[in-house]
Design a protein around this ligand. Structure first.
Ligand code: PSU
Ligand code: MN
Length: 306
């Protein structure tokens, strides 16, 4: 495979699959270091890679290690990131050049995973939830770089919607302004991560992996910049009670405000706080929705390669 830049390391298995036109699914690493506790983070990351394989695609977990942009990391490297946890720098787009120059490690957020996936030619990426417009952003201007990346980088992101730690209505408005298609898989309603419902509508409901692959192929053929957001509701049996989880999220946001937490600490703080308040029951939901997204992303990737 042609080497697009001297900072990129594409794992041999991933490079072979790409060269042969076989399906590859990108996976992020901030979910490992900052999204879940050890050892569930490592167990989940390895299980997700297996699900991608079982569904006919090659997994490419993306991270920055020693300043190298890694597309596909080893089990030991996943374990390393999982154990190091919050001590790994959460790397959004703007962190990338500095970490490369300093030869440091970075956990790739959704934005950075899209950026590095695109450098390697990987077109589909599965995760849990994306960043978005935070509640109160009309004052704080806290809008995740994930949304800008969706506006400019041609990678499809399969997620379970966004957590209600965000303002979901404003997040949808922002994606509309930026021209990012928002697809509901077998649903017309935007899923809200822990729950299947949010009260907000997506642009289009598409019912099969083939239909989603066709829409994505059209976007690529048209050379339109930017990605596509596929929202996949958490399976019914793992979804949480709407009122309960929203009460927990409200409590977490109150504590965040009281502590004066800002900037890039916001999302990791809220994720950890919600987990603590729910006594860990949100973690199980989180793990299963990621599995569900990895499966759908792999099915779409296989359709795209037909
Ligand atoms: N939302 C989740 N789980 C996560 C994240 C967001 O439900 O793990 C992580 C992702 O890596 C996402 C990042 O890209 O947080 C967004 O951070 P920020 O809001 O600072 O852009
Ligand atoms: Mn932010």
């Amino acid at each position: 495979m042609e080497q697009l830049n001297k900072y990129l390391d594409v794992a041999p298995e991933v490079a072979e699959a790409l060269a042969a036109g076989k399906p590859v699914v990108a996976l992020e690493s901030t979910i490992i270091s900052h999204g879940m506790p050890y050892p569930q983070n490592v167990e989940t990351a390895l299980a997700v890679e297996n699900i991608v394989r079982e569904n006919g695609a090659v997994p490419a977990t993306i991270a920055i290690l020693g300043g190298r942009l890694k597309v596909g990391i080893t089990k030991d490297e996943i374990d390393y990131l999982g154990k190091k946890g919050l001590a790994v720098i959460k790397a959004s787009r703007r962190d990338v050049p500095v970490l490369v120059a300093k030869k440091e490690d970075g956990a790739a957020t959704v934005a950075t995973t899209m950026l590095i996936a695109a450098m390697a030619g990987v077109k589909i990426f599965a995760t849990g939830g994306i960043g978005g417009v935070h509640r109160g952003a009309e004052v704080t201007m806290d809008i995740s770089a994930d949304l800008e990346e969706l506006a400019m980088t041609p990678v499809m992101v399969v997620c379970a919607g966004a957590k209600a730690i965000l303002d979901l209505g404003l997040t949808l408005e922002y994606l509309e302004t930026k021209g990012v298609p928002v697809i509901g898989y077998q649903t017309k309603e935007l899923p809200a991560f822990y729950t299947r419902k949010s009260g907000f509508s997506v642009d289009y409901q598409l019912d099969t992996p083939a239909e989603i692959a066709a829409a994505w192929k059209a976007k690529l053929d048209l050379h339109m910049q930017g990605g596509m957001l596929v929202t996949n509701p958490i399976p019914e049996e793992y979804s949480m009670d709407h009122d309960y989880i929203n009460k927990c999220i409200d409590e977490a946001i109150e504590e965040m405000k009281a502590k004066g937490i800002k900037g890039k600490e916001t999302t990791p703080f809220l994720l950890a706080k919600v987990k603590e308040i729910t006594g860990g029951s949100s973690l199980d939901a989180n793990i299963h929705l990621v599995f569900n997204n990895a499966k759908l992303a792999s099915q779409i990737a296989c359709e795209l390669c037909k």
